[in-house]
Design a protein around this ligand. Structure first.
Ligand code: MN
Length: 734
């Protein structure tokens, strides 16, 4: 077994001058080497060379001890059978390493196959969602990079499959995370397997063209160097050619020849400060003629993946255009290593704020509870829960279905097809029967059991499902399949609401009410409204106001009308009470007369259900009635009340049972009081109370009297008005 690779790795770590737990790394290596003992790669090399190579790439990204350990151990759980499990890893290397290894192991099971682009995006999201920690993705990318570097030993089919997957999943992820260096290498390697001829052609063309123009490249580099040195700049210059894949894509996607590609030649200038970038740009534009519209300032407006740089295209000798990229060292590292570049900076080094700002997009991507921490720690604890609100699950065929968190098997069924949902009779998660309201988790394989004899969805499903898609499809089904049933359901929904209004109505009246609402809503007939309520197309809440409107209009206003003709008073089996009042719908209830208006038999009255004092009877025109009926909370406390004419006229007819208030306005006169009391006595009116107020020369007398009914009261008023010095008589108090 070769130890040279691990020694190379350790040497590299030592040279990096960063802090590593060398003992832990060595233990991880020894553990992995033991576990992979006797395993060989297709190339015939010992298997352990692969994890070590991956760990090297991980170390190049500047990642931490735990990441390097996880890289060394990444294939042990997957490949070494029962010898290794997460418990063993946790015991020996701690929970962080175990978590990373677990994340890497889980990613193995995502079946990336030749899928359409829409599925690819879901797969990429799932990949991110399943990597609990961003380090898992970085290690996975390093793993993939090493596999791509050593892909040539595999058979054709395996190469094609791996290369395609790399192009569709891994390179875009590397791009999203801003790791340009890995992205480019992955793309170039993948292309070389997917289109070997095209790759060779473009690569050859580039080399030829580059060779032909070696002088050109040399001369512009020299020109730039001289100019910048003249201005006293300290900088690095890199003349380079675009990656084969990026040229290839431009040539084939935009159908351009190599000569038409402006940024075929590129020079990169790396400065120390942002300000220098702009100064250098000025010098470049002074020295060369620039092509209008080709200048891009990604420093003030970074790309979504955090890339920062100034780009401009200028024309060099012999009219050959070339691109100039200007950036600081840090921008350069971010461009090469993306988020991982963060590990390359120690806290305390200058520009911590700078890093924080650059990591903002990751922070946006990844919610953290506390973003005030040191960026080092922040990154370590970074959780990839970008898609925490989403769940990615598989169909048995391997398609990925994207559902919101908390979605059920029913949602899943409808996400596949409405016919699957409508014929659903059960479901399985990872092969085991599961209740249909179970919520599948990331990576679960979900199978829906259907039957042609299924009776269709159940109404409970409407409250069970999480997605509006499923809800709409279920409603559609009910709308189409169950009109009769919906109408029944709709009617009972309406009844439930109308009963709350507390006044009796007939089914015909309900239909009339709903007919009016239907036409207001553009339906043909009441049944359409019931149907819509039944399948959930509209909710009761939505038509509540209209329902109340029509109800009040058709049944009775909020305050019941007292029949004017006494013969119309229904003789109902209501319990008669001594008040002489029949209260509609409420038997054996305590009745009292409201002091505010003192109703008399013959007055239009209404009952009001008080809190704890039975029913108080008001005159319908009492100001308090108007006030109470205007308040929503007291509206349904009104009840119909009628005078029991028989009782008030015969049984108790001879008695002055009812209190009334009388207000008399008069000029001050010695005899006034005597005249009034005499008149009342003549009319056999009981006088309960009397008080007088003097207002200048005038008097106001407030009397409480007992009388029989309104007619009696009216005759009292007429009689009192005839008394000498009386100017006016009114009912009630002023
Ligand atoms: Mn591997």
């Amino acid at each position: 077994m070769s130890y040279s690779n691990i020694e190379k790795l350790l040497l590299m770590l030592e040279e990096s001058k960063r802090f590593y737990d060398f003992d832990k790394i060595k233990r991880a290596y020894t553990f992995a080497a033991e576990m992979h003992e006797g395993q060989y790669r297709v190339s015939g090399e010992p298997y352990i060379l692969h994890p070590v190579a991956v760990a090297q790439i991980v170390a190049q990204l500047g990642m931490d001890t735990d990441s390097i350990c996880a890289a060394l151990l990444h294939d042990t759980v997957e490949d070494c059978g029962t010898k290794v499990n997460l418990q063993v890893i946790t015991q020996q290397f701690g929970s962080e390493v175990a978590m990373l290894v677990d994340g890497l192991t889980k990613l193995v099971h995502i079946p990336f196959e030749d899928k359409e682009e829409e599925h690819m995006e879901n797969l990429r999201k799932m990949f991110l969602a399943m990597s609990k920690d961003v380090r898992v993705i970085f290690i996975k990318l390093c793993d993939r990079l090493h596999n791509m570097r050593t892909l040539s030993v595999k058979n054709d089919e395996k190469r094609r499959k791996t290369a395609l997957e790399t192009m569709q999943v891994y390179a875009p992820l590397a791009h999203r995370l801003g790791i340009q260096r890995i992205k480019q290498e992955l793309e170039n390697l993948a292309l070389s397997y997917l289109d070997p001829i095209g790759y060779a052609e473009v690569k050859g063309d580039i080399e030829v063209k580059y060779g032909e123009n070696r002088d050109f490249i040399f001369s512009i580099k020299k020109q730039i160097t001289d100019k910048l040195q003249e201005n006293g700049f300290n900088f690095e210059l890199d003349g380079r050619v675009k990656s084969v894949y990026s040229i290839y894509r431009k040539m084939f996607n935009q159908n351009k020849s190599l000569d038409e590609i402006y940024d075929f030649y590129a020079v990169r200038i790396i400065t120390h400060t942002e300000l220098e970038c702009y100064t250098v740009l000025g010098i470049i534009h002074d020295t060369f003629k620039s092509i209008p519209g080709r200048f891009k300032d990604y420093i003030s407006t970074p790309k979504p993946n955090l890339y920062q740089s100034l780009h401009t295209t200028v024309i060099g000798r012999e009219g050959i255009p070339f691109e100039v990229q200007i950036r600081t060292q840090k921008m350069h590292e971010i461009a090469e290593y993306g988020v991982a570049a963060h590990w390359k900076y120690k806290s305390g080094e200058k520009g911590k704020e700078d890093i924080d700002r650059r990591l903002e997009w990751v922070a946006k991507l990844v919610e953290t509870e506390d973003d005030t921490r040191d960026p080092d720690e922040f990154m370590r604890a970074l959780k990839v829960d970008i898609f925490q609100d989403e769940v990615f699950v598989f169909t048995p065929k391997g398609d990925v279905i994207n559902l919101p968190q908390g979605a059920t098997l029913v949602d899943f069924a409808y996400a596949i097809h409405s016919q699957v949902g409508n014929r659903m009779v059960g479901g399985k998660i990872n092969g085991a029967i599961a209740p249909i309201d179970r919520c599948p988790q990331n990576g679960d394989i979900v199978e829906i059991l259907t039957s042609n004899t299924s009776k269709g969805p159940s109404r409970d499903w409407l409250s069970m499902v999480k997605t509006s898609e499923a809800r709409n499809k279920i409603r559609q089904w009910f709308k189409k399949e169950k009109r009769t049933e919906n109408i029944t359901v709709g009617k009972s929904e309406v009844d439930r609401e109308l009963k709350r209004y507390g006044r009796p109505y007939t089914p015909a009246q309900r239909d009339e009410i709903c007919y009016h609402i239907s036409s207001r809503m553009g339906y043909q007939q009441a049944d359409d409204l019931y149907n819509a309520l039944g399948y959930g197309g509209i909710t009761l809440a939505k038509i509540g106001v209209k329902l109340k409107d029509e109800f009040d209009r058709i049944i009775k206003p909020a305050i019941p009308e007292l029949p004017s003709d006494e013969t119309q008073i229904p003789v109902r089996p209501h319990k008669r009470n001594f008040s002489g009042v029949i209260v509609d719908g409420v038997d054996g209830c305590q009745v009292k007369f409201a002091k505010c208006c003192n109703p008399l038999p013959g007055d239009s009255i209404v009952g009001f259900i008080t809190k704890g004092f039975g029913i108080s009877i008001h005159k319908r025109d009492c100001p308090n009635v108007a006030e109470l009926s205007a308040k929503e909370e007291s509206q349904d406390r009104f009840v119909s009340a009628y005078w029991d004419t028989e009782a008030t006229q015969t049984k108790q007819g001879g008695e002055n049972l009812y209190e009334a208030h009388l207000q008399i306005f008069a000029e001050n006169d010695m005899m006034l009081l005597a005249n009034i009391t005499r008149a009342l006595a003549d009319m056999k009116v009981t006088l309960h109370q009397i008080n007088t107020q003097n207002k200048g020369g005038d008097m106001i007398l407030n009397l409480t009297i007992g009388c029989k009914n309104t007619d009696h009261f009216k005759s009292i008023i007429s009689r009192v008005k005839t008394i000498d010095k009386v100017t006016d008589v009114k009912r009630g108090y002023a």
